[in-house]
Design a protein around this ligand. Structure first.
Ligand SMILES: [Cu+2]
Length: 159
């Protein structure tokens, strides 16, 4: 990484901090809207993260990794196979097609924060760094919101 890139990263980090209250983040052609998690029940070992990622550019980009302070952070996709709902680890990253929005939502794509030592509580914010193949890294805050009655339950999700 060049010094210039490091300086740019610092500027980006500062801007992200300033605009954090808007709860909308941008890096290159990519914007991330409303990253959030639902509060987890006591004893849950994992929590999920949801958001909308938009690519305003004219070339496809790819979310290649997500890191956080939790022991393990992955991207999962919930799929129904033979009538059974299963979560699959998305090992090749997630393509964000040019001009499109990819939504992480209950029952579909989600970030899996694994190895929780205490429940995620409403009002907390968990930082995570999303890295895009073309647009680079961006830190976002997943704000913990009150659990919806019908939200997908991740409490039994081990691995
Ligand atoms: Cu999952």
């Amino acid at each position: 990484m060049t010094v210039l890139k490091i300086m740019l990263a610092a500027v980006v980090a500062a801007l992200v901090y300033v605009y954090a209250t808007a709860h909308d983040y941008r890096v290159g052609d990519i914007s991330i809207a409303h990253p959030m998690s639902f509060a987890t029940p006591p004893g849950a070992v994992a929590g999920a993260g949801y958001m909308m990622i938009t690519n305003a550019g004219d070339v496809d980009d790819r979310l290649v990794s997500i890191t956080s302070a939790f022991p393990k952070t992955m991207v999962h996709k919930t799929q129904v196979v033979d009538g059974i709902s299963k979560m699959r680890h998305q090992t090749d990253g997630i393509v964000i097609p040019a001009g499109e929005t990819v939504t992480f939502e209950p029952g579909g794509l989600h970030v899996m924060f694994m190895g929780l030592e205490k429940p995620m509580k409403e009002g907390e914010e968990n930082a995570a760094t999303l890295t895009f193949e073309k647009s680079g890294p961006v830190e976002v805050l997943f704000k913990v919101e009150k659990r919806k009655a019908k939200a997908t339950d991740h409490s039994g999700h081990g691995d």
